[in-house]
Structure formats: C-alpha cells, structure tokens
Design a protein. Structure first.
Length: 283
C-alpha cells in the first residue's frame, strides 16, 4: 500500500492533520465533488478529506476519452502524498473514461470508487423517469447502456441541462436559475422521478425541486457513494465520531486554500465550517 500511495519527499505537500487520521480523496474537474465529500463527512466526520479539482482543464464533457483519462489520473496522483485510504471519482464522465485505468494503477493499495447516475433506484418505482445530464452524456452510449440495463421497461427521457454545470461553477445565480428553467421546460409533463446525471446538479437540488414542482422525486448518488466508500475501507457509518474535516485542497495539482465561494452551496458551507480554524480561506 505504501508504494501505491507514495512515501512523499521533502518537496511534496503535507496534510495538516495527524498521520493517524484516515483520509479519503475526491477528484473531479470542478465543484461536483463537494456534495460527495459532504455526504461522506456526514456519515464519518472523523475522516480527513482531500479535495482535488482541475480548474485548468474543466469541463471534461467536451474532451476526448483519452484526455479525460489522462486528466483524472493526474488529479488522483496529486492526492497520493496525503496517503488516502480511498479515492472517489466524483464525476460521471471521469468514471466512464478513467475508472478502469485508475483501478489498474492504484488498486488494491488504494480502493477507487466511481459514480453512476441513480437510474436503477429511480426506475424501481416505475416511470416516467427523466435524466438530466450534460449534452455529451445525454447522447452517450454510456447512458443508453444504463437505461437498457436498469430501466428497459420504464419510460425514460434524457434531458440536456445545457450550461447548468458551468453556471454552478461560476456561481452565477441568475444563470443557474435560467439553466434549470430551460431543463425543466424540456422535461416531459408527468415525470415521476428525476435522476441527476451530473455530480454538479445536486449542489442546487432545492432549486431543481422548486422548478419541477410537487410530485417529482429527485434521485442522486452521494449517499450511496459514501456508503460504498466506507465499505471499501472497512468502516461503518458513525456520525457521532470526532470531526476531522478538509485536510487539503488541490487545484490542478497545486495545494491551495479553501475558497470561501464554496459557501454559496449548502454542501460547501458545511465543509467550510468543518475546516474553520484549520485552513486559510480565500475569497
């Protein structure tokens, strides 16, 4: 395991918490990882969190599979000096194109957990079901394969939430609302369930629910991914344990402060609060 994680040299970043702290790293092109890190922190507050974003190269959606694989490998490798017990790929696109390569390189020393849109539980209650995702995902063989596997007998409608992930990254409230309104207007009437097919969308789930109105159940995967992560590292959920929080933030491999702008989202605000007094914040 030590060889896979990397021992770290004098020039490598060091986490602030004690080396006895168990850690989980999250990798994504952008803010989509916040909801997943927050879900794990809620279930096991004692785990240190390493958040590895890639602002230099986002978004990943328009990139080729080879580019996505190369970038997510770089983001994951940047977390290794912090000796994570597991790495979560909190990005659907990166999970599709990079998960096998990550597992081949890092496992069994460091378990790697991917994300999948929650189509199976959404379809279990019958249709119709809508799946909001990026334009690239809605037209992908990947999404069609999930629908064929888990919702073959259920009416399922892919909906491109154009620009929503980018609006969330920018923190532009008006653009976020406009993008949600656009996706809602293209969602067929009578939909019973909505699957969030991009990890960013859960950060504004309250606004999505408000736009769709009563009677639509939203399905997302952060809690399921958090539980799977705990299983992979041999832990049970225990919200009562002492709190650790965010150990490090990496921006395209560069260690940096926690952006206070994350506080615009409930998940980000909770992570900032967990890290208060332990890190320098940037505006």
């Amino acid at each position: 395991m030590d060889a896979a994680r990397g021992e770290g040299g004098a020039d490598e970043p060091r986490a602030e918490a004690s080396q006895s702290t168990r850690r989980v790293a999250f990798v994504d092109s952008g803010l989509g990882l916040l909801g997943y890190a927050d879900a794990l922190h809620t279930l096991r507050p004692d785990l240190g969190l390493v958040l590895s974003l890639d602002p230099d190269n986002m978004p990943y959606g328009p990139r080729t599979p080879g580019e996505v694989q190369r970038l997510i490998l770089a983001s994951a490798r940047a977390t290794l000096p912090y000796r994570p017990d597991a790495i979560v790929v909190a990005c659907n696109t990166a999970s599709v194109h990079g998960l096998d390569a990550l597992r081949a390189e890092l496992e069994p020393g460091v378990p790697v957990v991917g994300t999948v849109p929650a189509i199976r539980p959404a379809a279990a209650g019958g249709g119709p079901v809508a799946v909001w995702a990026t334009a690239a995902t809605t037209s992908s063989d990947y999404l069609r394969g999930l629908v064929d596997a888990f919702a073959a007998d259920v009416e399922t409608y892919p909906v491109a939430a154009l620009g929503l992930a980018e609006a969330i990254e920018s923190g532009d409230d008006r653009s976020i609302d406009d993008c949600i309104a656009y996706a809602a207007s293209h969602t067929p009437a009578g939909v019973r369930a909505l699957v969030l097919g991009c990890t960013h969308y859960g950060l504004v789930v309250d606004r999505v629910v408000a736009a769709l109105g009563d009677g639509v159940t939203v399905f997302d995967s952060p809690v399921a991914v958090a539980r799977q992560t705990l299983r992979r590292i041999g832990l049970e959920p225990d919200p009562s344990v002492p709190e650790a929080g965010v150990d490090a933030v990496l921006m395209s491999g560069r260690a940096g402060p926690l952006p206070t702008s994350w506080g615009a989202f409930p998940a980000g605000e909770r992570l900032l609060r967990s890290a208060a007094g332990r890190h320098t914040l940037s505006s």
